[in-house]
Design a protein around this ligand. Structure first.
Ligand code: PBG
Length: 326
């Protein structure tokens, strides 16, 4: 065999420092958004049973979590509310003293430079558990938009830096943008859950946020996992409506979609590494079946390699600790 007949790819893998200099993708602590569940009540630090290491926090104990996040150098959090009261229109979502509004004010007061993102949806706040208004068993699109815009405005009033609507009603970006602009919040960006699939990987989140639909499912508003072109249409309309960031959710089974959206839209792309993706790895790690650190860093890297600029992940704190070790 003539030695010049093949390429020696291993040359670039020979030493750690050569591997470092040719590495194409990197994780940084600035890439991460850490989700926090805030719950009405006192002295609550409840571990979510299906998400070891993730807790629901009451406001009087929330600082324990936020202090750690800040000390690790994580610069963004997203708040999910678990309210005491639910009703058919989700009024605790847009209550001035709702749990997310109170938590936002509290966190921004202590840490003005921490980016606080508010998830804008109704499902945690409605007694039926759907993301919009329900009438005769239907999730009514346009009436839901009014309430979602109201929710976004009240979150911005509380000091949220970014509004992240996850409800998947049609036109939510337009409605929320108009609502924010009319209220004087034209500088508050919208991080749209533009491409959100009807995924079984949200199961553990629904335990954490008590947001499972009491009847039916979310398939008339969240997307069919089989569809790729539909994701492109969803992203396109959100861009046209004024979204500033595009979320693809879930992340791991949808890396192709992250790539598609990234290639077509010159906007920051967010991979939402969802609850079920967290729980699978945690479960295996707690059984000693995988090396948690290596598996987590590898999968977070895969999201960036696919095209994500930002990763929303329950592993954010762990990842930053591990990156600091390396
Ligand atoms: C609310 C919302 C959900 C998630 C984020 N926002 C649940 C759902 O759509 O049922 C899921 C996040 C996760 O699984 O980590 N609509």
């Amino acid at each position: 065999m003539n030695k010049s007949d093949f390429r020696r790819h291993r040359r670039l893998r020979r030493t750690p420092s050569i591997r470092n200099i040719v590495r194409e993708t990197h994780l940084h602590k600035e890439d991460f958004i850490y989700p926090i569940f805030v719950k009405d009540g006192m002295n609550i630090k409840n571990e979510v049973q299906s998400m070891p290491g993730v807790y629901q926090w009451s406001l009087d104990r929330l600082d324990e979590e936020v202090d750690e996040v800040v000390s690790l150098g994580i610069e963004s959090i997203i708040l999910f509310g678990v309210p005491a009261e639910k009703d058919d229109v989700g009024s605790s979502a847009y209550d001035h003293n709702g749990i997310v509004q109170q938590a936002t004010r509290q966190v921004k007061e202590k840490y003005p430079h921490l980016t606080v993102i508010a998830d804008t949806c109704l499902c945690q706040f409605t007694d039926h558990g759907h993301c919009g208004v329900v009438r005769d068993g239907e999730i009514v699109n346009d009436d839901s938009l009014t309430l979602l815009a109201k929710t976004a405005v009240s979150q911005a009033e509380a000091g949220a830096d970014i509004i992240a609507p996850s409800n998947m009603m049609d036109g939510f970006v337009t409605a929320i943008r108009q609502g924010l602009d009319e209220a004087g919040f034209e500088n508050i960006p919208i991080m749209s859950y533009a491409v959100k699939y009807a995924s079984a990987f949200y199961g553990p989140f629904r335990d954490a946020a008590h947001s499972s639909p009491k009847s039916g499912d979310r398939k008339t508003y969240q997307m069919d996992p089989a569809n790729r072109l539909e994701a492109l249409r969803e992203a396109e309309s959100d861009v046209a409506e004024g979204a500033d960031f595009l979320i693809v959710k879930p992340a791991l089974s949808y890396l192709d979609i992250i790539r598609d959206v990234k290639e077509r839209h010159p906007y920051p792309i967010v991979a939402y590494n969802v609850s079920g993706e967290y729980s699978m790895i945690k479960g295996a790690a707690l059984n000693g079946w995988i090396n948690e650190k290596e598996v987590v860093l590898e999968k977070l890297l895969s999201m960036k390699r696919a095209g994500a600029d930002i990763i929303l992940t329950y592993f954010a704190k762990d990842a930053v600790k591990w990156l600091n070790e390396n």
